[in-house]
Design a protein around this ligand. Structure first.
Ligand code: ZN
Length: 458
């Protein structure tokens, strides 16, 4: 049976899509080499949406970078549950703009998807929260939950100031649970709650052998080539199957339980789907057999060289380069510690520098992996609400990516349940070109959140 609230959300959809488009038109890229004025503009736009919808105590919570998180609330009665709603209003850069079929910051509907940077990650999360909450406020009045919002402004650039914001505003943000609407569904139309996240970290390695580049004819042979030396160091990091060769690196890893493995298997994910979704070339053999793909993505660490440089392609000539550079990223599985693993990576690299080359390593801020215990009744309420909204069983899944906020919320706000939902799907190309949002799930996502609020209000 379609409830009153579902009807009203359905009628409201054109307006919610319009509001989403407004946010997508603001190129709020939170990277230092982009104009940060737009991050302020998007914070202002979100603030305006809250004030027009009648929320109170609206304010910017500022991290040291100045990229504002937007806070707003709608309080009912102190005895009602309080839910904190998280999303972020900053976005990734458009990447290779020539590959976009429509301009990244001019949203365009094609078929049943809305294209544009931030449509899925994570401006849809903002509108989902605002739309669901506004409907629930109308329907339930002061019987509904207390609602608090925190819409972050620097998630994509690493959430550097978010811990400080949470710590400073602990009292303001106090709640019984947080919903992070920044994840996604296992597939289109398949409602999913994410229960594990991988952590991450990265190091920047520079190897140097001479004071300046040299003529390769006159000098190469006796002098070690930094590019080859760096490649040797990198190949030592992993075995042929992609597993990590650094001793003790996986000591803390918590393997998935039998139930978790069972639920991964129940998703019936095939190697073929994975290869198609990832655009893996036909002849390329995966590191693991097909039935280990999800476990490897969600519950195993990985190492990836995200950038390498020695000379440049445009100036490539017969030169013995003076130095070589690589950025090495690691993804950490639940149980592993970002700080300890980064340190092990640094030490391992230093122990494997060939020929006494000068090796400089800098580390980036990491994020710990995350797991959540789904025993809290809110998980059942959310999964029931999603099942009803989507018309098919909710799945509990893992995620290979990182959201530093998840652990920060739990640590700062005192062990509260962290419900991770969202509207990404395997076709959404978040962080890539032609990012898009699947519009039927946009509506279902709003309905699900509204039904959840109803469910916890009875
Ligand atoms: Zn995101």
């Amino acid at each position: 049976m379609i409830s009153e609230i579902e009807n009203r959300i359905h009628e409201g959809m054109p307006g919610y899509i319009e509001a989403l488009k407004q946010l997508v038109r603001i190129p709020s890229i939170s990277f230092d080499n982009f104009d940060q004025k737009f991050v302020l503009d998007s914070a202002e736009a979100v603030k305006k949406m809250f004030s027009e919808a009648g929320y109170t105590n609206i304010q910017f919570l500022l991290p040291p970078s100045g990229r504002p998180s937007v806070y707003a609330e709608s309080l009912t009665r102190p005895e009602n549950p309080t839910i904190l709603l998280y999303a972020h209003h900053d976005v990734q850069p458009p990447m290779r703009e020539q590959l976009w079929k429509s301009a990244p910051f001019e949203p365009e509907t094609r078929g049943d998807r809305l294209y544009g940077r931030g449509t899925a990650d994570d401006k849809a999360g903002i509108i989902t929260h605002i739309a669901a909450c506004s409907q629930v406020r109308k329907a339930l009045g002061d019987k509904g939950p207390n609602l608090k919002f925190i819409i972050e402004g620097e998630e994509e650039s690493g959430s550097a100031g978010f811990a400080e914001i949470l710590e400073k505003n602990k009292e303001l943000l106090k709640c019984d649970a947080v919903i992070i609407a920044d994840l996604g569904n296992f597939a289109k139309g398949v409602p999913s709650i994410t229960t594990t996240l991988r952590g991450m970290s990265a190091v920047n390695v520079t190897l140097r052998s001479t004071k300046a580049p040299l003529h390769s004819g006159s000098w190469s042979g006796p002098i070690p080539d930094p590019a080859q030396a760096l490649c040797r160091m990198i190949t030592e990091l992993t075995r042929e199957d992609g597993s990590i060769a650094i001793p003790h690196f996986e000591d803390g890893l918590i393997p998935p339980t039998t139930e978790e493995l069972e639920s991964y298997r129940s998703l019936d994910y095939s190697e073929e789907t994975f290869r198609n979704e990832g655009g893996v070339l036909d002849r390329v053999q995966l590191n693991v057999p097909g039935d280990k793909i999800l476990e490897t993505l969600w519950r195993r660490p990985s190492i990836v060289v995200t950038a390498m440089e020695a000379g440049s392609r445009t100036n490539a000539g017969n030169v013995l380069q003076d130095s070589a550079y690589a950025r090495i990223g690691i993804r950490l599985a639940p149980g592993m510690d970002a700080g300890a693993c980064t340190q092990m990576l640094v030490e391992f690299l230093q122990q494997h520098v060939p020929n006494g080359l000068e090796c400089t390593i800098t580390t980036e801020d990491g994020a710990n992996p995350f797991t959540t215990d789904i025993a809290h009744p809110f998980f059942k309420k959310m999964s029931d609400a999603m099942t009803k909204a989507y018309g098919t069983e909710t799945r509990f899944i893992g995620c290979g990516a990182s959201i530093p906020g998840a652990e920060l919320f739990r640590n700062t706000l005192g062990g509260i349940p962290v419900l991770m939902t969202g509207l990404e799907d395997p076709e959404c190309a978040a962080h890539g070109e032609n990012e898009s949002l699947y519009l039927p799930d946009f509506e279902r996502g709003i309905v699900a959140e509204a039904l959840f609020f109803e469910g916890i209000s009875q």
